[in-house]
Design a binder for this molecule. Structure first.
Ligand SMILES: *[C@@H]1O[C@H](CO)[C@@H](O)[C@H](O)[C@H]1NC(C)=O
Ligand SMILES: *[C@@H]1O[C@H](CO)[C@@H](O)[C@H](O)[C@H]1NC(C)=O
Ligand SMILES: *[C@@H]1O[C@H](CO)[C@@H](O)[C@H](O)[C@H]1NC(C)=O
Ligand SMILES: *[C@@H]1O[C@H](CO)[C@@H](O)[C@H](O)[C@H]1NC(C)=O
Ligand SMILES: *[C@@H]1O[C@H](CO)[C@@H](O)[C@H](O)[C@H]1NC(C)=O
Ligand SMILES: *[C@@H]1O[C@H](CO)[C@@H](O)[C@H](O)[C@H]1NC(C)=O
Ligand SMILES: *[C@@H]1O[C@H](CO)[C@@H](O)[C@H](O)[C@H]1NC(C)=O
Ligand SMILES: *[C@@H]1O[C@H](CO)[C@@H](O)[C@H](O)[C@H]1NC(C)=O
Length: 474
């Protein structure tokens, strides 16, 4: 006989779900972290004939080691240890329940020969390679359809030796879109921690169609003028946590994406529940945190805080275009320190860049509920260049407690956007001048919640929609 469930019991269950190990959205920390998974079986790459002299190609050794470790996936998984040395390799593919562990002095070096980076199908949400039509090169470290996979080390190094790719790109010698350094497709439970990533040929870390992804204590470096060397690009992925990273590259440090125009719209896989915190970095040509420009599957529930960007072009940027469709909503960015940054905040509604001529120019992106709070900037040229798309699709943009020491005499420029503000210096543009408090606080994402949490509520309500999913399991 079923007895009815009281409201108190429902609340208790919800509270316990909030404490579950994969609660990346919990307010205090992204968990499943320091407890480095202990695998019952471990091998060292030298047992498979690898030579760490930086000259001999070790692709076969990595492939053979991982093939051998496949027999342990249903026995608790296994670990592949890479000791000190310079381990040159082409692209290799990981398996589920695997830990790839690098020694402090271990350096995995990407081959400088394009044939060592096989060519694979484009992603369905892009319809083609990002920079060239058709196929694309596979990343150096690759995984698809995996669960529970860890790449970690005592700050060991993965170096893509991307300069050869940057030159092929600049000289027009590429046959296919450049590879990422690390890519996971359709995988769940991915941890990337305690490592240094150098010189990616293209974007550095690219989780796409993934969930439960943690990137922690990563140092990501590429020359400031290297082309498209984004740091971390969560793409059509959910429950992603990125924390305690230092990133200095030639393009966006973190860019949240979800597919491109008609391909992204029909694939319809959003990026949602993204936590970003304690990120330090610089980018001369791009942004600290970007959303888009590929956002056609939608981007929502992004919480970013504790950001410090210096010597950079833009602090935070949303990029989109007519034809993208999709949405960017429920974005909360707070506690940001900008130093020597040209533009603190930028919205670009006419970014352009389309996969082909078949996009629908009437597919307008909807940008709603974007809150920027507690931002300080020194030596900023322009406070905000906020350009929406004609037709009221950029709404509820809220600015609270923003103090920028700007050099421009017209620090804010706004078009086709609407919103509210409080405590913004220099004074913001006219379409955002209406005050947030008291009457518009409910229109400002997370600001009303924030007040409630100050008055005793612990958990932000933006977490609740996901919890109902877990609840049905009980
Ligand atoms: C990261 O490395 C430090 C030592 O450098 C170690 O104490 C810590 O446990 C490592 N964390 C993870 C998640 O592996
Ligand atoms: C995604 O991975 C799961 C295994 O984790 C698999 O069952 C599913 O078929 C994969 N989906 C696609 C589109 O490959
Ligand atoms: C890891 O190595 C990078 C590159 O050498 C260095 O900049 C960084 O400080 C190191 N991180 C830690 C935690 O030691
Ligand atoms: C492109 O293709 C040509 C002809 O097959 C080949 O010679 C060249 O090495 C390729 N370039 C790259 C960067 O793969
Ligand atoms: C201000 O920032 C710019 C870069 O945006 C830099 O070139 C300049 O040296 C900085 N000025 C001061 C006084 O630090
Ligand atoms: C405004 O933001 C700064 C950090 O930039 C913070 O120290 C301060 O407490 C905030 N003020 C209010 C009123 O929230
Ligand atoms: C703004 O920067 C200038 C030049 O660096 C400095 O003289 C001034 O005191 C700063 N103003 C504020 C309010 O921090
Ligand atoms: C925008 O945020 C408010 C709360 O701040 C919420 O009520 C509303 O549903 C959000 N809008 C969308 C489109 O998610």
């Amino acid at each position: 006989m079923r007895r009815s469930i009281s409201l108190v019991e429902v609340l208790l269950v919800l509270a316990s779900i909030c404490e579950s190990p994969w609660a990346v959205w919990s307010s205090s920390q992204c968990t499943q972290t320091s407890s480095r998974e202990v695998r019952p079986h471990s091998v060292t790459i030298t047992e498979f004939g690898a030579v760490g002299d930086g000259i001999i190609l070790n692709t076969k050794a990595f492939q053979n080691a991982i093939f051998y470790l496949k027999s342990f996936t249903d026995k608790g998984g296994a670990q592949l240890f890479v000791p000190a040395g310079r381990w040159l390799t082409g692209s290799f593919e990981l398996i589920s329940h695997l830990t790839l562990l690098l020694d402090k002095e271990a350096i995995i070096l990407g081959s400088t020969h394009p044939d060592d980076w096989p060519v694979v199908d484009p992603l369905p949400s892009y319809g083609r390679g990002r920079e060239l039509p058709g196929a694309r090169h596979r990343s150096l470290i690759y995984g698809s359809n995996l669960i529970d996979v860890i790449i970690t080390g005592d700050n060991g190094t993965i170096d893509g030796q991307g300069h050869v790719w940057w030159n092929w790109f600049r000289n027009g010698n590429l046959n296919y879109t450049r590879p990422h350094l690390v890519e996971f497709i359709n995988s769940t439970g991915v941890v990337i921690s305690n490592l240094t990533f150098l010189n990616s040929p293209f974007w550095t870390i690219h989780p796409v169609y993934c969930s439960q992804v943690l990137v922690q204590k990563a140092t990501i470096l590429a020359p400031l003028h290297s082309p498209n060397t984004d740091g971390i690009d969560p793409d059509s992925s959910s429950d992603v946590c990125i924390e305690d990273c230092y990133i200095s590259t030639g393009d966006d440090l973190i860019s949240i994406k979800s597919g491109w125009d008609e391909y992204g719209i029909s694939y319809a896989r959003p990026s949602t529940n993204i936590i970003i915190r304690r990120i330090v970095g610089q980018t001369l040509s791009s942004s600290g945190i970007a959303i888009g420009s590929e956002m056609s599957g939608g981007v929502s529930e992004v919480h970013a805080e504790g950001l410090q960007f210096f010597n950079s072009k833009t602090g935070i940027r949303i990029k989109t275009a007519p034809g993208r469709g999709g949405y960017v909503r429920n974005i909360y960015v707070s506690d940001v320190k900008l130093t020597d940054v040209k533009m603190a905040i930028r919205f670009t509604g006419q970014y352009g860049e389309h996969p082909d001529e078949f996009y629908d120019p009437n597919a307008l992106p909807i940008i709603n509920n974007v809150t920027f709070k507690d931002i300080r900037g020194d030596n900023i040229s322009i406070a905000g260049l906020l350009e929406g798309v004609e037709g009221e699709s950029f709404q509820n943009i809220c600015l609270s407690n923003i103090t920028l020491n700007v050099t421009s005499t017209s620090p804010w420029k706004c078009s086709f956007i609407k919103g509210y503000s409080d405590l913004v210096y220099p004074e913001t543009c006219e379409p955002l001048r209406e005050r947030i408090f008291p009457e518009h606080s409910s229109a400002c994402y997370h600001l009303s919640n924030h007040l409630q949490s100050l008055s005793g509520r612990k958990r932000p309500t933006w977490l609740l929609p996901r919890l109902s999913l877990s609840f049905t399991v009980l």
